[in-house]
Write a protein that binds this ligand. Structure first.
Ligand SMILES: *Cc1c(COP(=O)(O)O)cnc(C)c1O
Length: 491
């Protein structure tokens, strides 16, 4: 199995794609083909066995026993035996809970195993340099990467997060992070600014050389890394298997997946599962007011020239959806010149347009919608009142968008809603759906608990009173220095 860059260049093996994160041409790595998998196989072994089947198909050079060991180590840290359990909400709707890992959001599914994949890939490529992992986060990736790479030999991590752009629990999770090889810095700017800043650092040959001379190389733990995408394919299969095992669907029956979407990594994993043979009817892309993707799926025009809104579903406050490039590559029939043209348009004019043929193809599988802040709060309250299930704001965005989709289309297909965060990660906003919330996140969490009986996860209570260790804030212009500083000072 080779990996191609969406913007052209030499194909590489999986290990090389994972170590690099992004291709030298600035493109993202995609597999040369999509291995098909009989979705019914592995049902008896549960999550770990399915993970092994899916991941081995993409990592043929990785030793099978090693892979089993990595998978077991990664998902042993989850607090649910199913790893990503499915909860029945209504006859038609099922919630796939992706937040049972250590940081209470879906990023753990990928970032608990990525350090293992990274180390195995370094061995396979014979890399002797240490790896310096740069992360731009809209809130959840940062903590999951810090936790995943903490004290992993031969690595160090630096996380940039938007100053004032994450929830209090998200901020505390990051700034209280312990470990010798971890570093956190807030940036004056929004997530797109931080992500662009990191991408520019990757593209900067001078920085690469300075880092190289000190015995390091840069890599990424953002979802542009194929090693992030791969583990996310697994839960599309396991949730399907669960619905079959429970008799909710017949084997082979198609289902919808509705996904709160930011950088397009989570929903893209669903598209990969579909290409691998999973019976998928529609992938529904749910956004908040930052609805650039909704417009794109409607019109075929991607236009990021619009205001950026901060919302309570802050992990999907994104206008530049990086992983969309992997889907574009397929829509372009893998013509990397065409992808380069579109990406050039995005860079220069902030927009590009698909030809009609590609748009038609897109609409066969994808549907999209968005909702407001008021919709989000209304959905959290109504779903709780009707079913007793408490959703976080991201999951509520998916729920609201799904309801409108079902109403508009009359589609009665069974639907899996991807729940990407535990509600307590956004306790103040979620409480606001029920009553006026106070200032203090922890008081609000207790109040939410009293009101709804939803259990407070351990990760949340552990944050209380933990010392803040990382206090830095920098400007966008200063990001390169912030990256180089610790390396040049030999820290
Ligand atoms: C990252 C994140 C998302 C968006 O996932 P993408 O892969 O970026 O589309 C949604 N919800 C939560 C809680 C997240 O942390």
């Amino acid at each position: 199995m080779r990996y191609l860059s969406t913007r052209g260049g030499e194909p590489v093996i999986a290990a090389e794609a994972i170590v690099r994160g992004i291709s030298p041409s600035g493109g993202l790595y995609v597999p040369e083909s999509y291995p098909t998998i009989d979705w019914n196989n592995g049902v008896r072994g549960g999550y770990l066995a399915t993970a092994h089947r899916v991941m081995q198909a993409y990592l043929p050079e990785t030793d099978s026993t090693d892979l089993s060991r990595m998978i077991a180590a990664a998902y042993g840290s989850f607090d649910h035996a199913d790893v990503t359990p499915v909860v029945k909400l209504t006859e038609r709707e099922h919630v796939l809970e992706l937040w049972h890992g250590p940081t209470m959001a879906f990023k753990d599914v990928a970032l608990q195993i990525l350090p293992h994949l990274m180390r195995s890939s370094l061995r396979q490529t014979g890399e002797t340099k240490q790896v310096y992992i740069l992360v731009a986060t809209s809130g959840d990736t940062g903590k999951a990467a810090l936790e995943g790479f903490r004290d992993v030999e031969g690595t160090r991590v630096l996380v940039f997060y938007p100053h004032g752009g994450v929830s209090e629990a998200q901020r505390l999770q990051m700034v209280t992070q312990e470990g010798e090889n971890v570093d956190v810095c807030a940036v004056y700017g929004n997530f797109d600014d931080a992500q662009t800043g990191v991408k520019q650092i990757f593209a900067n040959a001078e920085i690469a050389q300075q880092i190289d001379e000190k015995g390091w190389r840069l890599s990424s733990a953002n979802s542009i890394n194929f090693g992030r995408l791969l583990p996310q394919i697994v839960y599309y299969f396991t949730s399907y298997q669960t619905l079959v095992a429970r008799g909710e669907i017949q084997p082979g029956e198609k289902v919808n997946f509705c996904v709160p979407t930011g950088n397009f990594g989570d929903i893209l994993a669903g598209e990969y599962a579909r290409r691998m043979g999973l019976p998928v009817h529609k992938l529904i892309c749910a956004s908040n007011r930052n609805n650039v993707l909704t417009d794109f799926f409607e019109s075929g025009v991607y236009d990021e020239n619009r205001p950026f809104y901060q919302s309570m579903s802050c992990s999907i406050d994104i206008l530049i959806s990086s992983n969309l490039e992997r889907l574009l590559f397929e829509l372009a029939n893998r013509d990397d010149a065409l992808v380069r043209e579109w990406m050039q348009g995005l860079k220069e004019k902030g927009m590009y347009a698909l030809p009609q043929r590609a748009l038609d193809e897109l609409k066969q599988t994808f549907s999209a919608g968005w909702c407001t802040e008021e919709d989000t709060l209304e959905t959290i309250k109504r779903v709780f009142d009707e079913t007793g299930y408490l959703m976080d704001p991201h999951t509520a965005v998916a729920q609201c968008v799904y309801e409108r989709y079902a109403e508009k289309t009359g589609d009665t297909t069974r639907t899996v809603l991807l729940s990407t965060a535990n509600p307590y990660k956004f306790a103040s906003d979620v409480l606001g759906a029920f009553e006026q919330a106070g200032e203090d996140d922890f008081v609000n969490a207790d109040r939410l608990n009293a009101l709804t009986n939803a259990p407070i996860p351990r990760g949340m209570s552990e944050l209380l009173g933990k010392p803040e260790r990382h206090h830095d804030v920098c400007t966008l212009e200063d990001m390169p220095n912030r990256v180089l500083g610790p390396i040049l000072n030999g820290k």
